[in-house]
Design a binder for this molecule. Structure first.
Ligand code: MN
Length: 350
């Protein structure tokens, strides 16, 4: 069912070796962490503490924005905190989950080397690390950590099972997006151990007013061209709105590519989603953003950011406009200027 026991045990030996001399391990998620990275981080931290007896904490950068993600941390009482300068003490080493150094989506200093990387995004040439376990055929990093947990010989706390099962289901849209046999097996192993009432609370959280404000703005600032939709959100209260809206717009009939941009703290945040399983969204967005910023992702989902230090309105608008035009051109459209509003009063021809 899982990656075979021997393989995982071998990984455990390498981790043990890498951890020698470490007084404390900080497990870092990517910025604005999603359930996949939070559940992976708390699981790795649990294993390091209990199997290797090395003190460990979980840290993130950015903010936890999405209501479901906040609910997950609150309801499960997960101990995660913002990364600060105080975390960089002598004897402290770092692990990164669901991300790698220098990808532009984490707060890990560029001049440091982490000890451990566990991820399902393609291994970067620039990734220098003592132990890397990168499996791009996995739909979620949480699936990799589930395998570690199940082979750890440790008790599987319901909290972790619940977190990981939500990590897998949210990352793969209920096992429908980029999920493989491994993800399904991990989910099935976790489900009996997870707390269903808590899962329901996480999946259906109360929503803040700005959620509705942003949704309204998104609907009025979405434009369609053939099978593509582009949404400009302007300034957002939290950057998680950008991927959320990109996902939401992709649900529109006949749409197979969705681009959403928003402005948050001196950067333009970009998300791309596609229904095309061979869409290579990560590469698509990396090429689209080019040297202007950073981007990453995998087959059907991608995210990136472009720094805009002054955040001058006209400048941002121009950058966003170029992104949208580039998006349509990369999809093979030439006359990209003629997008029509999503909320049109014109009759829709099908
Ligand atoms: Mn992930």
């Amino acid at each position: 069912m899982f990656t075979n026991t021997e393989e995982i045990q071998q990984c455990y030996r390498k981790i043990e070796e890498a951890l020698k001399g470490t007084r404390r391990l900080v497990v870092l998620t990517h910025d604005n962490p999603d359930p996949d990275s939070v559940s992976s981080a708390v699981t790795l931290s649990y294993i390091v503490k209990n199997r290797f007896k090395v003190p460990s904490v979980v840290r993130y950068g950015g903010i936890v924005g999405r209501a479901e993600n906040r609910a997950m941390i609150r309801v499960l009482g997960l101990r995660v905190a913002l990364l600060t300068d105080k975390d960089f003490k002598p004897g402290v080493n770092f692990a990164m989950v669901d991300t790698q150094p220098k990808t532009g989506n984490s707060s890990f200093p560029k001049n440091r080397k982490p000890l451990i990387v566990i991820d399902h995004h393609p291994l970067r040439k620039t990734t220098r690390v003592d132990f890397a376990d990168v499996r791009t055929n996995y739909g979620a990093t949480a699936t990799i950590l589930t395998e570690y947990l199940m082979e750890s010989g440790l008790e599987v706390p319901s909290t972790l099972a619940t977190a990981l099962s939500y990590g897998i289901s949210s990352e793969t849209q209920d096992l429908g997006r980029e999920a493989g046999e491994k993800d399904i097996q991990a989910y099935l192993a976790l489900f009996p151990l997870s707390n269903k009432k808590i899962l329901a609370q996480i999946e259906h959280p109360r929503l803040p007013r700005d959620y509705f404000v942003t949704l309204n703005r998104a609907l009025h600032h979405s434009f369609v061209y053939k099978n593509a939709v582009a949404t400009t959100l302007g300034e957002v209260q939290n950057p998680d709105f950008v991927p959320f809206i990109a996902d939401f717009m992709l649900r529109c009939e006949r749409i197979s590519w969705s681009l959403c941009v928003g402005r948050f703290k001196e950067r333009i945040v970009v998300s791309i989603r596609t229904t095309n399983t061979k869409g290579e969204a990560g590469n698509f967005l990396r090429r689209l953003i080019g040297k202007k910023g950073t981007a990453g992702g995998h087959g059907m989902i991608a995210g990136g950011q472009i720094p805009c230090p002054t955040m001058e309105h006209e400048h941002c608008t121009k950058v966003e406009e170029e992104l949208i035009q580039g998006f349509l051109r990369k999809l093979g459209y030439k006359e990209a200027g003629e997008m029509t509003p999503l909320l049109t009063t014109e009759p829709i021809h099908t």
